[in-house]
Design a protein around this ligand. Structure first.
Ligand SMILES: *Cc1c(COP(=O)(O)O)cnc(C)c1O
Length: 417
């Protein structure tokens, strides 16, 4: 009997195909992964079940900004796990206050409300904004409006997808949660025109991530800050992906020297080891979130708090924000030097770059699959953009490796046009 020939061309059992097939049989098909099966990772490198090595240019959508299994974070995880991991907020712990003190000082807020995933922290921001609208702004019950941007991404709960403009996120998941209004991203005048006396908040990503790493026109964040102040509307920034150094500043709002009224963090806050998120704001907003109003069994658990606290120390002490700024600029500059009709644009900030391909020639998906074969892992966002967002611990030689493989890929596609 002939054994099936695998991708390598030998007759060894093909672990990759086996795991992909098995996953397709028992896991809901809600993702379309690049066909590679990862079994271990360290720093910026990952290994698949066949023993092949890859550079991670994806960082789990920025959740792995510290690199995989950072030694200091592993130590913090192990030590805390052995001491106290989880008790719920039925009791106090010696880990929650120190973490929130640290994050509040860093981001300049009075208080935080800890949750687990980004979407939960967004939900928290929505609830806190509405409650403030009713209790301090006098908005009539159930009339509060939150303004959001077209092409936003804030997560996947039923309320959050209710204000998504992406049809595939919401199709047949209705009825939608009311109370949201859309304005174009980057258009401050359109935002101001949409405000009514029932508007309690403006929820916005300072750089739109899932939309394709879209940087707004200069002055936009400053303008919306002024408009929010003028009309007494909360400015809530979703920095789940852009925060904690990804854009070359600790927070993306610093690029325009503004400060929001509320901030949503997640992803990298868990140091690449576990989920933790939070909504940060001032006392006059969060004081309304009284016992009974909101909660989460795992929110603020001591294991996650201890890891997050160490994750912030690592960002600062290892200079990861500066590394993101310097190598991010280098990566963008080098990508812009590639002269090819395939490439439509290069945009982003820090180590968060969108490489946009002309769909007449090649799909971003195809580029990612070719990069995979060359040992570089990334993922497309929409049909045209290849996302380049390595762990912030990456060094220049590793960026050069990615650049070389991207150039090779572009040349190969051109040669076959
Ligand atoms: C990823 C993301 C979220 C949702 O985070 P989850 O942990 O997947 O729930 C929310 N907002 C932004 C900007 C994100 O990038």
């Amino acid at each position: 009997m002939d054994l099936p020939i695998n991708k390598r061309g030998d007759n060894m059992p093909n672990l990759t195909e086996d795991f992909i097939l098995r996953e397709s049989q028992v896991c809901a098909p809600n993702y379309h992964p690049i066909p590679v099966v990862i079994t271990k990772a360290k720093g910026v490198w990952m290994w698949d079940v066949e023993g092949r090595k890859y550079l991670d240019m994806m960082s789990a959508y920025s959740a792995v900004s510290h690199g995989h299994s950072h030694d200091r974070l592993l130590k913090a995880l192990n030590e805390q796990a052995q001491k106290l991991a989880m008790i719920s907020r039925a009791f106090y712990t010696d880990q929650l206050a120190p973490l929130l003190e640290k994050v509040c000082k860093l981001a300049q807020f009075d208080m935080g409300l800890p949750m687990n995933t980004g979407a939960e922290a967004v939900e928290t921001a929505i609830k806190a904004s509405r409650r403030l609208g009713y209790r301090s702004k006098g908005i009539p019950t159930n009339q509060a409006e939150i303004i959001v941007c077209k092409n936003n991404f804030h997560g996947r709960t039923t309320t959050i997808i209710s204000f998504s403009s992406e049809p595939s996120y919401k199709e047949h998941f209705g009825p939608c949660t009311p109370g949201f209004k859309h304005v174009p991203f980057g258009d401050a005048a359109a935002f101001e025109a949409a405000i009514t006396e029932n508007t309690c908040a403006f929820l916005v990503e300072p750089i739109q991530g899932e939309a394709g790493i879209i940087v707004p026109p200069e002055g936009y964040l400053k303008a919306v800050r002024d408009i929010c102040t003028k009309h007494n509307v909360l400015l809530i920034m979703d920095e789940v992906q852009s925060g904690l150094g990804r854009t070359g500043k600790m927070f993306a709002f610093e690029h325009e020297s503004i400060h929001p009224d509320g901030l949503i963090l997640g992803k990298a806050l868990g140091g690449g080891l576990l989920p933790i998120s939070m909504f940060l704001s001032n006392r006059d907003v969060l004081k309304h979130m009284v016992p009974g109003s909101h909660g989460s069994t795992f929110g603020g658990n001591p294991l996650a708090c201890h890891v997050a606290s160490t994750a912030i120390d690592v960002l600062i002490e290892e200079g990861l924000v500066e590394n993101s700024r310097v190598l991010g600029k280098y990566l963008q500059d080098e990508l812009k030097k590639i002269r090819s009709p395939l490439i439509q644009s290069v945009h982003g900030r820090g180590l968060w770059v969108g490489l946009e391909f002309n769909p007449d020639f090649v799909s971003a998906r195809r580029v990612c699959e070719m990069l995979e074969e060359k040992g570089v892992l990334s993922k497309e966002t929409h049909e045209t953009v290849v996302r380049l967002a390595p762990p912030l611990v990456i060094i220049k030689e590793e960026v050069d490796f990615a650049l070389e493989k991207i150039k090779e890929t572009v040349e190969e596609i051109e040669a076959n046009l």
